[in-house]
Design a protein around this ligand. Structure first.
Ligand code: ADP
Ligand code: MG
Length: 476
């Protein structure tokens, strides 16, 4: 973008958890229900109600922390973050300030063919606010309290990111990870993952950080990249004009592609954090942490590494490790039947593109798929024929072994070649003068006989077999 300046980005990523109930009460935690239908007295902050922590939220936080190598705080506390807004009935958000549940850790991202480790500052638990809707009524803002109290994890990175592409890669890695851990659906379109982007620039070679601006609530990677691009350009222009960058909180407007200030540091909120008096410290035992750790699935990077070691390319390893279902399915196949590369090709090129649901629901068993690959390997059937004809037959009759299907195949083929032989001998018998002419040297007549065969078989005859059959009789 500009060779004199370096872009520095740190993210605060909000992940909505897929727990049954909300963070501090029993209201259901489901996206997309009719507005204000999931709002009990706690969500509405009726006087005298008390929050009650959700252990699924706590376990989700610990799982994510363990997966990325964070230190888990065995005792962590909730705090109040006070601010006034119509979609926040309590007038404060319950969050973690001083002692978050997870500290440190790192997440590998892929940029081009390089892997880069992004350091995580901490992960804390908090609750979402309700939703204000400003664009449905010209005179009023509408409020939907359903989202208030939705359990969130906030992942705060160190300022380790250097471009929109890296931000994209990190968000994708986190989405993949939370899906592996089954703690969130990771859907950005539904707001299950959003990020605040802290952006600054500095002259190349400088080690101290410049003043940052924070672009709030980006819920699509396309917008995040545009916001970063715009913001970096804005900061560079200001710097080149000799002006200084004011620390600001910004909104990104997708219509204009520009960022606009919400507030500047001078009038920044003082959230008056203080310990949440209604929730005692959260204490987690070492055995519980160990149990959560041993229940973790193998993680994306473990699978990618394993698949590389089976001889797959980087690209194919990444593809097959994309979701846990696929990774487990592929790994189980290789453990049972080997054929790692052949099966990866079959899975990526033939099976995956036709899947409508999960790979686990694929109608053909792994045993029969292994048999299928063996038939190709042993040259019992030609590969392209196997893919074009045998595989569809297996799908149509998933309970019949491919060996049986191939037998039926070759019987059919024998039948076809008997038919072909008969057609050829009839043609020879019908054209004695042309046969003589051919045998006297007019070899070009072979084309005429081929034409006849094709006509009578409506183009279905295998040309190689047809030619061989004709020559056998003509050259006799
Ligand atoms: P606050 O608590 O005021 O939001 P933090 O220091 O906790 O500020 O930082 C929040 C986020 O901003 C972190 O992701 C951090 O990496 C990032 N960040 C901090 N300083 C900078 C900077 N100069 N440039 C870019 N990102 C920054
Ligand atoms: Mg912040």
């Amino acid at each position: 973008m500009n060779n004199e300046f370096e872009t520095i980005i740190g993210l605060e990523i909000h992940v909505q958890l897929n727990t049954q109930s909300k963070a501090f009460c029993r209201d259901t935690n489901v996206f997309g229900l009719p507005p204000n239908s999931q709002v009990g007295v706690v969500s509405l902050a009726h006087p005298g109600t008390l929050p009650y922590p959700n252990k699924e939220q706590i376990f989700s936080a610990i799982k994510l922390g363990l997966a990325i190598g964070s230190k888990i705080n065995k005792t962590s506390t909730f705090d109040r973050k006070n601010y006034f807004y119509a979609d926040l009935p309590k007038g404060y958000q319950i969050t973690q300030d001083k002692t978050p549940i997870c500290v440190g850790g790192q997440i590998p991202i892929r940029v081009g063919d390089q892997t880069k480790l992004i350091q995580i500052h901490h992960i804390h638990m908090e609750e979402d606010a309700g939703k204000s809707i400003h664009d449905q009524d010209s005179a009023h803002s509408l409020i939907d309290i359903n989202r208030a109290g939705t359990p969130l994890l906030e992942i705060v990175t160190e300022p380790d990111l250097r471009s929109g592409e890296e931000v994209d890669a990190l968000m994708s890695a986190i989405r993949q990870l939370v899906r592996y851990l089954d703690i969130s659906d990771g859907n950005m379109e539904q707001g299950s993952m959003r990020c605040d982007c802290n952006i600054s620039i500095r002259p190349k070679g400088q080690t101290t950080l410049g003043h940052r601006c924070e672009v709030k609530n980006l819920n699509s990677m396309r917008f995040a990249k545009k916001a970063i691009q715009y913001e970096v350009q804005r900061q560079i222009s200001l710097t080149q004009k000799g002006e200084s960058i004011r620390q600001q909180t910004l909104n990104f407007n997708p219509q204009t592609g520009r960022t606009t200030p919400i507030r500047t540091k001078e009038d920044a909120h003082d959230y008056r954090y203080f310990p949440e008096p209604d929730i005692p410290p959260i204490v987690v035992s070492q055995p519980k942490i160990e149990a959560l750790k041993s229940a973790l699935p193998k993680l994306p990077w473990d699978y990618e590494q394993a698949f590389r070691s089976y001889g797959l390319s980087q690209k194919d390893s990444v593809l097959l490790a994309q979701d846990l279902d696929m990774a487990e399915y592929y790994d189980a196949f290789v453990s049972a039947y080997g054929q790692a590369v052949a099966f990866a090709n079959l899975l990526i090129n033939q099976i995956r593109p036709t899947l409508s649901g999960k790979i686990g629901d694929y109608p053909v068993s792994q045993k029969y798929l292994a048999e299928f690959l063996e038939l190709i390997h042993d040259r019992a059937i030609n590969k392209s024929l196997a893919i074009k004809q045998l595989l569809p037959k297996m799908l149509a009759q998933p309970m019949v072994s491919p060996k049986e299907l191939v037998k039926a195949f070759s019987q059919e083929k024998d039948h076809h070649s008997d038919q072909l032989a008969e057609i050829i001998s009839n043609i020879i018998a019908a054209h004695p003068d042309k046969v003589k002419a051919y045998q006297n040297g007019k070899k070009g007549l072979l084309g005429f006989f081929m034409g006849e065969v094709m006509k009578q078989t409506r183009g279905q005859a295998d040309p190689g077999l047809a030619k061989k059959g004709l020559l056998d009789l003509l050259d006799g």
